[in-house]
Design a protein around this ligand. Structure first.
Ligand code: C2O
Length: 636
């Protein structure tokens, strides 16, 4: 399914490579290649926990295929939709410079790929190295339609800013769902909270903590040789939870986050939220034996809703007949870390995990990341800020369509819970034209936009735990409006500072906030309420990490900056699927700059505008959709 070829006829690329060769004789010339993949989306039966489940996957695999590129390559992916669902694929974290058309968000950047239709994505991966991932951007289907994107240095693995690893292994943390994911999305939309996943997974395997009628589930096994360095590319593809990830008896050296290198940071635990990717080295210097790797979902404590703690477990297994290269490690040095098991016996050593309600381990893990001095690192943090937006994240309630209601008067049927930014909840509009297309051809005449406010309607003690259980206090503060296309428009090159403030409104969840098309400088985070006078002093303006997904800690805040220099229409949303389905989302529209180099080019020739392969002219399409009372496009 995969081809790799050089661009033999790409004269400019070769010319560039030759110039490069002449100016730097140390490195071999690297010619950008084209990495071509075909993704056939279909449904297959898989059996876990004694139950056969129909799952939607790419090329029959779960997780789906890895896209392997070297920095600077062009990627072509032909998506063939043989599933019964509408489909798009989003290349999570790929910057898509001047290429918003390939971003894969239904009704924002493209019309969804209907069942039995095809669509080809074309994009370059440049200025980024490390791990990203791809996933369906159809609500909930990303639980099974996902895979890794591995970006290696253009001049080969010797160019890693760390020890060249012996092997590189994607570790995808996910969930096994037995419920129909389309129904799950409907339930999330209407906040029927009676569905839950059945197990956590590592690379699609549940592990030996799960069994059914005495049959133990397979776990993911990583076979290692002693005394080697392995690069784990850890991805959280789960819909629901942040995870803690550990390997008994071993430490991690974190070297990249979100395909940006970080200062090597040594830790025995990785904290990873949905949408985040963390690259970490592991040296196999423990006594030969077997060691559990554990992925533990974390959640806020009561009074938040408590979900079952579903842990995935795999094994790191040393090859026999080897002794550690780095000499002997005293038995006590790993026994202390772990608990049960014996390195020599069959029972693997188990790591001691953080408490599943622990928020501070995640806070410190994220707070310890610093970006590494590296040629690919973006310029210093812009000191000058053009626009500041303070965004509260929480839950609220709105009346169901066509009803008027007042919450708390025994009329539970009439309203529904939604997720909000500054008390506004996002809804897809009833248009038939994707927003990017409307914006490209009709610019500011796009009517369905509602501005995301600069701040919440009221200032209050955002993180007051008394707001978690619904009561009169929360009722006063949660007043919400549901709007189609909550958006902000930015002039090209605007430096934007966002402060995300978590609230206690009806829950105390963290929020992994993901921005498409841009990386964000993470300046500071804190628990409690953000106070500019106090907290600006904490900003790291020297070496902040750059990420596409920033974790807003539970009942805390995060401050980020980004430069709106990629024209297009970019989704910005919480990467918890329930928050996204419930409306914690907005679009950032970045206008064209003054030159061709700073403007979004027209859509690719084979891009089906107006949702049709027969390409009506944009004006025909626009008029048609304006007239028609078309129902809201269901992305399914
Ligand atoms: Cu990884 Cu908009 O998503």
């Amino acid at each position: 399914m995969k081809k790799r070829r050089s661009i033999a006829d790409a004269a400019p690329a070769i010319a560039a490579a030759v110039i490069f060769f002449l100016t730097d004789m140390v490195l071999p010339p690297a010619i950008a290649g084209i990495v071509e993949n075909t993704f056939v989306v279909s449904q297959v039966n898989m059996t876990h926990l004694c139950k056969e489940t129909l799952v939607t996957v790419v090329n029959g695999q779960l997780p789906g295929p890895v896209i392997n590129v070297t920095e600077g390559d062009s990627v072509v992916v032909h998506v063939v939709n043989k599933s019964p669902y509408n489909m798009t694929i989003h290349w999570h974290g790929v910057k898509q410079r001047l290429n918003c058309w390939a971003d894969g968000v239904p009704m924002i950047t493209q019309y969804p790929i209907l069942p039995n239709q095809n669509f080809t994505y074309r994009f370059d991966v440049s200025g980024q190295e490390g791990t990203l991932w791809w996933h369906a951007h159809i609500p909930c289907l990303r639980a099974t339609v996902h895979g890794a994107i591995v970006i290696r240095p253009r001049h080969g693995p010797s160019m890693y800013p760390f020890t060249k690893p012996h092997r590189e292994i994607p570790i995808i943390i996910g969930e096994w769902w037995e419920v129909n994911l389309e129904e799950l999305d409907m339930d999330l939309r209407y906040f029927v909270n009676d569905h839950f996943f059945s197990a956590s997974t590592i690379n699609g395997k549940l592990g030996d903590l799960y069994n059914c009628s005495g049959v133990v589930e397979d776990g993911y096994v990583l076979d290692v040789e002693p005394g080697r360095t392995y690069l784990l590319r850890v991805i959280n593809a789960a819909l629901y939870s942040e995870y803690y990830f550990k390997i008994a008896g071993h430490k991690f050296t974190v070297v990249a986050a979100g395909a940006n290198y970080v200062e090597p940071y040594t830790t025995d635990v990785i904290a990873i939220a949905p949408g985040e990717t963390i690259d970490a080295l592991v040296v196999t210097n423990a006594p030969p034996g077997s060691y559990y790797m554990v992925a533990l979902p974390s959640q806020p404590p009561k009074p938040d809703f408590q979900s079952p703690v579903l842990v995935a477990r795999g094994t790191v297994k040393y090859a026999d007949n080897h002794s550690p290269r780095n000499g002997t490690v005293a038995l006590s040095s790993y026994r202390g870390q772990g608990g049960r098991g014996s390195p020599a016996g069959d029972v693997p050593v188990a790591p001691e995990m953080p408490d599943n309600h622990d928020a501070s381990t995640s806070f410190y893990f994220h707070g310890n990341l610093r970006s590494l001095q590296h040629p690919l690192r973006l310029p210093a943090v812009p000191a000058q800020v053009d626009e500041r937006i303070f965004i509260t994240l929480g839950l609220g309630s709105v009346c169901r369509r066509g009803k008027s209601c007042k919450r708390g008067e025994g009329n539970e049927e009439e309203f529904m819970l939604v997720a909000t930014m500054n008390n506004v909840s996002f809804e897809l509009p009833a248009a038939m034209t994707p927003l990017l297309e409307a914006q490209y051809y009709h610019g500011s005449s796009v009517e369905t936009l509602h501005e995301l406010p600069d701040r919440p309607p009221r200032v209050y003690n955002f993180t007051d735990p008394a707001l978690i259980p619904y009561g009169p206090k929360a009722a006063q503060l949660e007043m919400t409006s549901s709007k189609t296309m909550v958006a902000r428009r930015f002039r090209y090159g605007t430096t934007v500072e966002l402060v995300f403030q978590g609230t206690a409104l009806m829950q105390a969840e963290s929020n992994p906030m993901h921005l498409h098309g841009h990386d964000m400088y993470v300046l500071a985070q804190g628990f409690g309420n953000y106070e500019a006078e106090r907290d600006v002093a904490k900003y790291n303006l020297v070496d902040p990490p750059m990420v596409n997904t920033v974790l807003v800690p539970r009942l805390g805040w995060v401050a980020v900056r980004f430069i709106a220099d990629n024209p297009g229409v970019w989704f910005m949303h919480c990467h918890f699927e329930f928050h996204l389905s419930m409306g914690m989302a907005a679009v950032f529209i970045v206008e064209d700059g003054p030159t061709v180099d700073t403007s979004l080019p027209p859509p690719p020739v084979d891009f089906p505008t107006c949702g049709h392969a027969d390409n009506p002219t944009p004006d025909e399409c626009y008029l048609k959709t304006k007239k028609s009372e078309s129902p809201r496009v269901n992305v399914f």
